[in-house]
Design a protein around this ligand. Structure first.
Ligand code: CAA
Ligand code: NAD
Length: 302
C-alpha cells in the first residue's frame, strides 16, 4: 500500500482519508474543500462546541457554493450538499482520528510549542505512510517537524482565508521533504481545486512575508494619526484594487493570529523594523477584541 501511495502517478488520487486538526476558521475551510472533492475528512478539536460550529459553517458555505454551481437544478444542489456533508466526521480524539489517515493537516493555534507537542503525539500513533502538514502562517515548518521522526513526510500546506474561495495553496518543502511527499501533496492540492505555488521554509513564505508587514504598516500609519482606519481601508480598496482594506483584513484574519505572527518574527529577527511589535494590536487583543470572530476588532460587527 505504501509503495502504491508514493509511486502513484496515475490520475487516481492517492490521498483518501484526511484529518484536519483544529476546527476553527481555517480548519473548517480546509475540511470543507477536501470533503466537497470526495475525500473522507475528520475534523478534530479539543472542544465539541467548536466542532458543531465548524460543521454548521461548512453547511452554510456549501449551500452558497451549491446555489452558484447548480442554480437551476435543486436536486443536484441538494445531492452536492448531502454528499459533501456525508464525507465529514468529527472527533475530539486526535490519536483515534489519525488511525486511518493518509494526510494530517494541522490548523491549531499559532504557537510553536503547542504544534510541536501535537505532532509528537501524532507521530507515535499515525500509520507510517501518513503525511503530516502544518497550515502555520508564520512558524518555521522545519522547527515544527523537529518533534517528529518523519521529516521526509512533512510539509507546510498554507491555505488562505476564506479557504473555500481563495484559490491559492502554498506548499512549503523543508530540506528533508522527500520528492514523493512533495509530489503527493502537489497532486492533492490540485485535486481539491487549488492552484499551488512552492516556497522554501522562509518566514511568512510568499504571501504573508508581503501581506503582514503591509498590514502592520497600516496600523503604524493609524498610530501616527496620519489617517483614519476607514480612510486607509478606502484608499487601499479604491486606489490599489484590494478587495479589503488592511483593517478589514486584520479583523477578518483575527487580531490574535496576526499578533502571534508579528510577535514570533520580532523575537526571531529583533533588528528588522518591519517586524517591530505594534502597540494598538497588542491593546486590542488584551481587551479581547480579536476581530470578526469576537464581534469587535478595529471595527464593530453585529
Ligand atoms: N464559502 C463559500 N463561498 C463564499 C464564502 C465562503 N466562506 N465567502 C464568500 N463566498 C463567495 C460568495 O458566495 C460570493 O460568490 P459570488 O460572487 O459568485 O456570488 C463571493 O465569494 C464573494 O463574496 P461576497 O459577495 O460575500 O463578498 P466579497 O465580494 O466582499 O468577497 C472575500 C469576500 C472573498 C472574502 C473578499 O473580500 C476577499 O477576497 N477578501 C480578501 C481576503 C484575503 O486577502 N484573504 C487572505 C488573508 S491572509 C491569509 O489567509 C493568510 C494568513 O496566514 C493570515
Ligand atoms: P482559530 O482560533 O479559528 O482555530 C484554532 C482551533 O484550534 C480552535 O478551535 C482551538 O480550539 C483548536 N485547538 C487549539 N489547540 C488544539 C489542539 N492541541 N488540538 C486540537 N485543536 C486545538 O484559528 P485559525 O484562524 O483557524 O488559525 C489556525 C492556524 O491556521 C494557525 O496556525 C494560523 O496561523 C493559520 N492560518 C490562519 C489564517 C487566518 O486568516 N486566520 C490563514 C492561514 C493560516
Amino acid at each position: 500500500f505504501r509503495r502504491n501511495l508514493f509511486t502513484s502517478n496515475s490520475t487516481q488520487m492517492a490521498i483518501k482519508n484526511v484529518v484536519v486538526i483544529g476546527g476553527g476558521l481555517m480548519g473548517s475551510g480546509i475540511a470543507q474543500v477536501a470533503a466537497q472533492n470526495g475525500q473522507n475528512v475528520t475534523i478534530v478539536d479539543l472542544d465539541q462546541k467548536v466542532l458543531d460550529k465548524a460543521k454548521n459553517a461548512i453547511n452554510v458555505s456549501l449551500q452558497r457554493i451549491a446555489k452558484k454551481l447548480f442554480k437551476d437544478d435543486s436536486v443536484k444542489a441538494e445531492k452536492f450538499l448531502s454528499d459533501s456533508m456525508a464525507h465529514v466526521s468529527l472527533s475530539t480524539s486526535p490519536e483515534q482520528a489519525v488511525n486511518q489517515s493518509d494526510l494530517v493537516v494541522e490548523a491549531i493555534v499559532e504557537k510553536l510549542h503547542i504544534k510541536q507537542k501535537l505532532f509528537q503525539t501524532l507521530d507515535a500513533v499515525a500509520p507510517t505512510h501518513t503525511v503530516f502538514a502544518s497550515n502555520t502562517s508564520s512558524l518555521p515548518i522545519g522547527e515544527i517537524a523537529q518533534s517528529t521522526n518523519r521529516k521526509d513526510r512533512f510539509v507546510g500546506l498554507h491555505f488562505f482565508n476564506p479557504v473555500p474561495v481563495m484559490k491559492l495553496l502554498e506548499v512549503i518543502r523543508i530540506p528533508e521533504t522527500s520528492d514523493d511527499t512533495y509530489n503527493l501533496v502537489m497532486e492533492w492540492g490540485k485535486s481539491i481545486g487549488k492552484q499551488t505555488v512552492t516556497c522554501k521554509d522562509t518566514p511568512g513564505f510568499i504571501v504573508n512575508r508581503l501581506l503582514v508587514p503591509y498590514m502592520m504598516e497600516a496600523v503604524r500609519l493609524l498610530e501616527r494619526g496620519d489617517a483614519t482606519a476607514r480612510d486607509i481601508d478606502t484608499a487601499m480598496k479604491l486606489g490599489a484594487g484590494y478587495p479589503m482594506g488592511p483593517f478589514e483584513l486584520l479583523d477578518y484574519v483575527g487580531l490574535d493570529t496576526s499578533k502571534f505572527i508579528i510577535e514570533g518574527w520580532a523575537e526571531k529577527f529583533p533588528d528588522n523594523p518591519l517586524f517591530k511589535p505594534v502597540p494598538t494590536l497588542n491593546r486590542l487583543v488584551e481587551e479581547g477584541k480579536l476581530g470578526i470572530k469576537t464581534g469587535e476588532g478595529f471595527y464593530k460587527y453585529q
